[in-house]
Every structure is written in C-alpha cells, then in structure tokens.
Design a protein around this ligand. Structure first.
Ligand code: KDG
Ligand code: MG
Length: 412
C-alpha cells in the first residue's frame, strides 16, 4: 500500500489547525495533527517543502521505518517544528493502518487497558466567586477532575482565565481558556511572582472549603517560577492535596526539578513543551516528576510518545497528555487511543472545542460521566470535512507574553 497523495490543510474555525492528510493508492486516508500554536505556518512549510516530497511512493504500512527515516535523515534532530511534522505523519499512518486492519488504533497498540479515560477540565475565574461558578459548571458537564486557575490581585490579565471576548467568539460556549489571540502582534500580559505565591494557596483553601476533600484539583504554574519559588509553591499547596502541580519551572532545566522535589510532596507534571524522550531523560530516571505532559502532536506522534510513556512506566510515572484547544480533534483522538492502551495512563486533559471546529472534524469519541473513549471506528475515528475547512482560512494569531512591573520580559 503506497502513499499516493499528501495534502497539508490549514483551517481556522475557532482557532488555527494544521492537518496532514495522506491518501494511499488503495484509497485509504489518514489524518495527522501538526498544529503548533502561534507558529503554525513553520510546520506547514516544513511539511510541504521537505516532508511531503519524501512520502510519496513510500509503503504506508512502514510506520516505524518512516519515523526513523524522517528523524535521522533530516540530520537536524528534535525541536517543536520538526517533531510536530513527524508527529503528523506518524498519526496519519496509524490512522491508515487501523483502517486497513478494520480496527481502531487502540486495538493495534495492544487493546484497551481500561474502560475509559478520566479527563480534567479547565475551571477559572478572576475571583473566587467566578471560579466557584466555573467549577460547578464543569461538574455539571460531568468533569470529575478540575484544573483551577485564578486571577491574582493587582494583575490585569493572567494565564488560564477565560475572558468574555472568548465567550463571544465561541458563540456563548464557555471556553476556558484559549490563550492564542488573533491579531498581528502578541498581547502583553503582566506578572508578579510574589503576589501569585501569596494568593494561590488562599484560593485552594477556599476551593477545598467549598467543594470538599474528594475532588481532584490540578494547577498550572506555566513555567514562571524559579526552582526555589516552585519549591515554596509546592510546599504551600500540600494541605490542599493537589492531583498535580504543572510546569512549576521552565521545563528546559531538568535539574531544577531536583530542588523542587526535595522540598515538596505535591505531585509534579511537566513536559507540554518537550519534543522527545531526551527532554525527559533525567527527570524520568531520577523520578523527579509524576506525570508526563507531552501531547502526541508535539512529541513525534503515537510511536514516539509511546516510547516515552513505556520508559516512564518503569518508574511508576504516569501519562497526563496535553489536551488544550490547540491540540486538534485528530491529536486528541490519537491521545485517547494511546491513553486507552497503555498501562500507566494517569489522566487526560480535555478542553472542549467549539461548534465550528466540531463541524470541520467529524469525530467518533465519546464523553460520558467524566470519561473519554476514542470509539470503535477503524483508525483514529476522525474525518475532516474539506468543504467546511475551506470556509475558514488561516488567521494570524499569537500566544501572549509577560512583562514584570519594571518592563522586563518574563516567562509566559
Ligand atoms: O499553546 C499553549 C497552550 O497549549 C498552553 O498554554 C496550555 O499550558 C497549557 C495547558 O496546560 O493546557
Ligand atoms: Mg500547561
């Protein structure tokens, strides 16, 4: 079975998505997600100019060989653009293999290890009242685990808080939270670490008082803290029994996690901006984290992320795959098939896409009682409606960035 056609489809229903569509000489199609938030067109060029010409005529069944060929023959390894491009090819080939076999991809990965995937949603609010409403609304939607992000007194806008503009753009659907803003320049946000460190524990105390001890709660510090600040936060959140504390310090410094670990028993999750197993080498071997946050889309696809997670499983480290709105329904489906099949599944992040996105990507997954399941359609179970996709051309959008009160650029 030969790869006969490869198309790169860019569409922006509610936000930008990049999708690779492969077609075989037997007429089977496979989809892969190549969306890299705010840098989408770099992956489009990488795919169109350098990958598509190499794929045509290749055996569609040789997934591992194609992965190794794309990774090693480029010479320039790793990096978000390269690994998102390879991920898209990998996902599309798994999709095709599933369709050829007449089986959902999770069956090809070893079959289901559980009945469904516990998922967490994003609750947020500028103040505790708005936050509590958001938590309640997530519980009404069935979420059994909830990420809590909150405004900080004195800061105008901050990561993770849904805005009214977003509600309007999403036709009134609560959408916590879409960080990429359409426009020619990135939005500037402000940041103050001391206020944040003072405020966050008070919010978790209030949430525990209101919602009780059972509800699994998560929080994302989004790479903003130094190791010692991260240690302090982990320690101050211990009484509130978090499911995890995410990205406490910039992820590229693996060693920083040693210091954090020495000071706190709050479970740590990291890795949404990692691309390969090499980024995890030290923190997995030294057991410095509890959850692997990579998305299938940004870590070289199902084949490579499975290797990372198999490695992690030797140390009782579990999956917590990235699933924000910038992971397309194709990338989400790939995460669900992988998550259902591995033994060391932990939790799946699940933000719901908007109605327009759901019209472009027809999906077969189910979401019931707080659990996801990829469905039993052959392949990944997602089809792309090209007419719908064509209605929404690419729109320039950037992630925001942070400045401190004195004007210094800070991690966002
Ligand atoms: O594109 C950036 C987002 O995916 C990221 O900000 C979301 O941190 C995030 C999360 O945990 O979902
Ligand atoms: Mg995150």
């Amino acid at each position: 079975m030969i790869i006969d056609r490869a198309e790169v489809i860019v569409t922006s229903p509610d936000r930008n998505f990049v999708t690779l569509k492969l077609t075989t000489d037997e007429g089977l199609t496979g989809l892969g997600d190549a969306t890299l938030n705010g840098r989408e067109l770099a992956v489009v060029a990488y795919l169109k100019d350098h990958v598509v010409p190499l794929l045509l005529g290749r055996d569609a069944h040789r997934i591992e060989d194609t992965w190794q060929f794309l990774y090693r023959s480029a010479y320039w390894r790793r990096g978000p653009v390269t690994m998102a491009a390879i991920a898209a090819v990998d996902m599309a080939l798994w999709d095709i293999k599933g369709k050829a076999a007449g089986m959902p991809v999770y069956q090809l990965l070893g079959g289901a290890s559980r009945n469904g995937l516990l998922a967490y949603g994003h609750a947020s609010g500028k103040d505790n009242e708005a936050l509590f409403d958001s938590i309640r609304s997530h519980q009404e939607q069935g979420y059994k685990a909830i990420r809590v992000q909150t405004g900080v007194p004195g800061l105008k806008s901050i990561y993770g808080i849904a805005s009214n503009a977003t509600y309007e753009a999403m036709e009134g659907v609560r959408y916590d939270h879409e960080p990429a803003q359409r426009g020619a320049l990135p939005n500037e946000e402000d940041w103050d670490t001391r206020s944040y460190l003072r405020h966050v524990p008070t919010v978790f105390e209030a949430v525990r008082n209101e919602f009780g001890p059972e509800l699994p709660l998560l929080h994302d510090a989004h790479h903003r803290l130094t190791p010692i600040q991260a240690a302090k936060l982990g320690k101050s959140l211990e009484p509130y029994d978090l499911f995890w504390l995410e990205d406490v310090s910039p992820a590229e410094n693996q060693e920083a996690l040693r210091l954090v670990r020495q000071h706190t028993t709050t479970p740590l999750a990291i890795g949404e901006i990692f691309n390969t197993v090499w980024d995890y080498q030290q923190i997995i071997r030294e057991q410095l984290i509890d959850y692997v946050r990579s998305a299938v889309t940004h870590t070289g696809g199902i084949s490579h992320l499975k290797k990372v997670l198999d490695y992690a499983s030797q140390y009782q480290i579990k999956s917590g795959m990235h699933g924000p709105t910038d992971i397309s329904p194709v990338g989400m489906a790939a995460a669900m098939h992988l998550g259902l099949s591995i033994h060391n599944f932990g939790i799946q992040e699940y933000m719901q896409h908007g109605a327009k996105t759901d019209r472009v990507f027809q999906q077969s997954f189910t979401w019931e009682g707080g659990f996801l399941h990829p469905g039993d359609r052959p392949g990944l179970g997602v089809e792309l409606d090209t007419d719908e996709a064509g209605k929404y051309p690419y729109v320039q959008a950037y992630l925001p960035y942070n400045r401190l009160a004195d004007g210094t650029v800070h991690d966002w």
